[in-house]
Design a protein around this ligand. Structure first.
Ligand SMILES: *Cc1c(COP(=O)(O)O)cnc(C)c1O
Length: 338
C-alpha cells in the first residue's frame, strides 16, 4: 500500500459521500434547475456572507473566470511569484483574458500592502492598467502559509480606494480558517471574489465554487459558458461538496497536526537543509544535496509518494486518507534516514 502524500487532491470519496451523491435531487443546471447545485452555492455564499455563488468543475476555472470578469484586455494583474494563477494555470490569464501579470516576491507566498503599492502602474498610457490583486490563502508553494486578517484588510481597503478589484484564490481557505480561527464573513467583506476548492482537503471528487456579488456572478456565468463549464445534472457532484462542508471542515485540524509532526521530525534531521514553517497541511523541505539520492531511494522503497519542487525540494501534503498509522510509519522511515 502506498502512503500517498503527493497532494490533498488524491482522496477517494467515502461510502457516505457516495450515498449522498446517489440520492441527490438534480435538474439541468445550465437551465438553473438543479436544486442541489443551488443549495451548495447558497451554503458557501452564506458561510462567507457573499451574495452569490457559482459551481464550476475546477479551481483553475473559478480563478480564470474571476480574472476575466474583473479585467479588460490589456490590463495587468498583481500576483505573488509562487501563486497558482501564475505558475499552474497554463498561462490562462494571458490566453483567456489578455492580461499581463506583475509578480511580487513575497514571504512564503504572502505579499504586503507596501509591495502592492510599489507594483501599481501610474495612470499613463505607456503602462498597462493595474486592475486586480489576487492573493492566495493558504499559499500552496509557500508551504501552506496563512495571511493575517489585518494585512488582508489593509490590502482590500487600499484596492477599493484605487478602484482595483481583489480576488482570493482560496483553494485551501478552509485550512486557513481552521488554523487561524478567522471569521469567513471577514473574507467575504474583504474580497470582490473568492474561489474555493471542494476537491482538496475537503475530499470531494470534483468541484470549486466562485463567490461574489450578484452582478459579478451574473457575468461569471456567461464566462463559464464560454469556457465550456456549464454542466447539466451536476447536483450529483454538488452533493459531494455539501457533504464535505458538513463533515470534513473541522477535521482539517487533524491533517494540520499530522503535518506538524512531519515538520518537527524534519527539523531535527541531518539530511534536511531547510524546512518551510508549517502552519497547515503542507510540508515543504529542502534536502542537503549530498543526501538527495539516498532519501529519494528510501522513500521509494517504502512506497512513500511525494511531490518534487525542483531538484532539492520535496512537498508532503496531509489529507483525509492519511491516518496516524501511516504517519507513524513515515516518521520511522524519516528517522531511519539520519
Ligand atoms: C489546486 C489549486 C487550485 C485549483 O486547481 P484545480 O486543480 O484546477 O481545481 C487553485 N489554486 C491553488 C492554490 C491550488 O492549490
Amino acid at each position: 500500500m502506498n502512503i500517498d502524500l503527493r497532494s490533498d487532491t488524491i482522496t477517494i470519496p467515502c461510502n457516505e459521500m457516495l450515498e449522498k451523491m446517489m440520492c441527490a435531487n438534480v435538474g439541468d443546471d445550465v437551465w438553473e434547475e438543479d436544486v442541489t447545485v443551488k443549495e451548495l452555492e447558497k451554503n458557501l455564499s452564506n458561510i462567507f456572507g457573499m451574495e452569490s455563488g457559482l459551481f464550476c468543475p475546477s479551481g483553475t476555472m473559478t480563478n480564470q473566470i474571476a480574472i476575466r470578469v474583473h479585467t479588460k484586455i490589456g490590463d495587468q494583474i498583481v500576483c505573488e511569484s509562487l501563486s497558482h494563477i501564475y505558475n499552474y494555470e497554463g498561462g490562462g490569464a494571458a490566453s483567456n483574458s489578455g492580461v499581463s501579470v506583475k509578480l511580487i516576491n513575497g514571504d512564503f507566498g504572502k505579499i504586503t500592502l507596501n509591495q502592492i503599492k510599489s507594483s501599481i502602474n501610474p495612470d499613463d498610457p505607456h503602462y498597462p492598467r493595474t486592475k486586480l490583486v489576487a492573493l492566495e490563502n493558504t499559499c500552496n508553494k509557500g508551504g501552506g502559509s496563512c495571511y493575517e486578517m489585518d494585512s488582508i484588510l489593509e490590502i482590500s481597503d487600499f484596492c477599493r480606494e484605487k478602484n482595483m478589484r481583489t480576488h482570493l484564490d482560496g483553494a485551501r481557505i478552509f485550512n486557513a480558517l481552521v488554523a487561524t480561527n478567522q471569521n469567513p464573513i471577514e473574507y467575504g467583506k474583504a474580497f470582490d471574489s473568492i474561489s474555493i476548492c471542494l476537491s482538496k482537503g475537503l475530499g470531494a471528487p470534483i468541484g470549486s465554487v466562485l463567490l461574489g456579488s450578484e452582478d459579478f456572478i451574473y457575468n461569471a456565468k456567461r464566462v463559464r459558458k464560454t469556457l465550456g463549464g456549464g454542466m447539466r445534472q451536476v447536483g450529483y457532484l454538488a452533493a459531494a461538496g455539501i457533504y464535505a462542508l458538513e463533515h470534513n471542515v473541522n477535521r482539517l485540524l487533524d491533517d494540520h497536526e499530522r503535518a506538524k509532526c512531519i515538520y518537527e521530525t524534519l527539523l531535527g534531521s541531518n539530511f534536511v537543509e531547510f524546512v518551510n514553517p508549517c502552519e497547515t497541511n503542507i510540508v515543504i523541505f529542502k534536502l542537503r544535496s549530498e543526501y538527495i539520492s539516498n532519501v529519494l531511494k528510501v522513500l521509494d522503497q517504502n512506497h512513500i509518494l511525494y511531490s518534487r519542487f525542483g531538484k532539492q525540494t520535496i512537498r508532503f501534503v496531509t489529507h483525509l486518507n492519511f491516518n496516524d498509522k501511516q504517519l507513524d510509519f513515515l516518521i520511522k522511515v524519516l528517522k531511519s534516514l539520519n
